[in-house]
Design a binder for this molecule. Structure first.
Ligand code: MV4
Length: 508
């Protein structure tokens, strides 16, 4: 049995993990950098250990400092959250060597899934479909462009050149024709070398306008493995997820069962223990799906799965870490699925330039009400540091069906008020009113193709005119409608909730 859990993370995920620990009667330890002294995860924890300067490379990413903090605080387990050290096999090894339980899979499973070529080889041997492609001679990537080109011509254009150490689209190049190949190959190698210190690249057939569908899996130390269905994460911007939902609007029960079995087979191939996610591309033109990679951690978007299964996945992680068998069989899980859940990632970012917008939150009102969950690591008066990911919260709602969930999300987004920093709230409000999104008709290119509608840029005179119009409107509208002669006046809350140009409310 575990007694005291150190959470090697910050922000909303550290708070979220500690909440479950507390519910289970476990003590919690926070680690914090200089700028996080007053952060919510420090206030929620039973104990807290300072680990250094603000840059993650001097605090949250330093293995020795985290192990030291475990010793100092008497923690017997570490939860790594996501990002930072969560997929670092050296960290998992260091925990084990120090006699601390790493809440996650074995270092060996992380290593196998960490290399994309190794993962392709391992899971395809287990019968999981991978994108048609070529890992290079001996499966170790292509040493030169000529060999790679010959292989690309066999596969057929368009192809993608990808980095074996990659992820997040770094070191990836789309090649539409033979003539572009050599330059793209050299570019991919250069980028992979500088980003990962490993220039190994391989080739895949490019799937056009795919959907990003991922399957949540769970394993225990007794050899049981189950899946908890899919999440559709196709609404992304520059390889950063923005909206996720479960179930996917396009996955049938039959495809879910097949994809689930493929994900479980992939996980079984590396004796997977704990929470993991298998990413697939769904080719909407053929209905085929292909394994891309496995993320060996709890993901940002795990709440949408929790909502439709009515489960706490962190609690499952703790069960597994304590050596208990999984709480439910596949059959029991399948019978629990209910309704629809959607998540919006609320980022502190400039809505025009898409740059992080750090600073002080001078005013904050967060949505609540039925079936609304806001996983947050900030508060009114908080300073959003420049040093970390600018996500300020995850707004998650549940509904009986997709329509209900979307309507609920619109309502929740309309309640959300943030001042002092810029956010992507206006983007989300537009997206949840976009006809194609409402139809579930989208793919990984959705944001880029609809940029003009989703991110209208008001500039210069146009912006001044809009501000004046909004100001006049808010002065005149209540006056105009409040004397209908029946004593009914327009409620104050129908005025724009913030200083942003809230055209979404009044159809501007
Ligand atoms: C692909 C693909 C199409 N065909 N692979 C992007 C990040 C990396 N993890 C994999 N990515 C892709 N791989 C083949 N063979 C299209 C993408 C892709 C993408 C995938 C998921 C979510 C968003 C994306 C945006 C652009 C490209």
């Amino acid at each position: 049995m575990l007694k005291r859990v150190l959470v090697a993370n910050r922000g909303e995920i550290a708070v979220r993990v500690m909440r479950t620990c507390r519910e289970r009667g476990l003590e919690t330890v926070a680690v914090y950098s200089d700028v996080d002294r007053l952060a919510p995860h420090v206030q929620v924890a039973d104990f807290a250990v300072a680990i250094g300067a603000a840059p993650a490379s001097q605090s949250y990413l330093v293995i020795d400092k985290i192990i030291d903090a475990c010793r100092k605080s008497g923690a017997d387990a570490v939860h790594p959250g996501y990002g930072f050290l969560s997929e670092n096999e050296d960290f998992a090894d260091a925990c084990t060597a120090a006699g601390i339980t790493f809440i996650g899979p074995s270092a060996e499973a992380m290593r196998k899934m960490g290399s994309k070529t190794e993962a392709r080889k391992t899971v395809s041997a287990a019968g999981t479909p991978v994108v048609p492609g070529d890992n290079g001679p001996g499966g170790n990537g292509f040493p030169d462009a000529q060999g790679a080109l010959a292989s690309a011509m066999k596969i057929g254009f368009p192809v993608l050149i990808k980095a074996a150490a990659g992820g997040g689209g770094k070191g990836m190049r789309l090649v539409n024709a033979e003539s572009e190949f050599v330059a793209a190959f050299d570019g991919a190698r250069r980028e992979a070398t500088s980003a990962f210190g490993d220039g190994t690249v391989y080739i895949e057939k490019a799937i056009i306008r795919p959907r990003h569908i991922e399957i949540q899996v769970f394993g225990d130390t007794h050899g049981n493995l189950v899946h908890l269905g899919e999440r559709d994460c196709s609404i992304q911007r520059r390889h950063q997820k923005v909206i996720e939902e479960a179930p996917s609007p396009v996955i049938t029960p039959e495809v879910r069962a097949k994809m689930g079995a493929a994900a479980v087979a992939a996980a079984r191939a590396v004796n997977y223990v704990g929470a993991g996610t298998c990413e697939f591309l769904l080719d909407q033109s053929t209905g085929g799906f292909y394994f891309l990679e496995m993320n060996t951690r709890l993901q940002v978007e795990h709440p949408v799965t929790e909502m439709i299964y009515g489960l706490d996945l962190v609690s499952w992680q703790l069960d597994v870490a304590e050596g208990k068998p999984l709480p439910m069989s596949q059959q029991e899980l399948d019978a629990r699925r209910r309704g629809h859940a959607v998540e919006c990632r609320i980022y502190a970012e400039d809505p025009v330039k898409f740059l992080p917008s750090p600073g002080k939150i001078t005013h904050l009102r967060v949505p609540d009400g039925p079936y609304v969950r806001n996983d947050s690591g900030c508060y009114e008066g908080a300073e959003i540091p420049v040093d970390y990911d600018p996500m300020i919260s995850k707004l998650v709602v549940w509904g009986d069906d997709r329509r209900t969930a979307i309507a609920r999300m619109r309502r929740a987004l309309d309640e959300y008020q943030v001042r002092g920093i810029e956010t992507n709230l206006a983007f989300h409000r537009r997206c949840f009113r976009h006809p194609a999104f409402i139809e579930g008709d989208y793919d990984t290119g959705f944001i880029a193709r609809n940029a003009a509608e989703l991110h209208p840029r008001a500039e210069g005179g146009e912006l001044d005119a809009a501000i004046i119009a909004a100001a006049l409107d808010s002065l005149q509208k209540p006056a105009a409608s409040s004397h209908a002669g029946n004593g009914v006046s327009r409620a104050a809350h129908s005025a724009p909730p913030s200083s942003e140009i809230s055209g979404w409310r009044r159809g501007l």
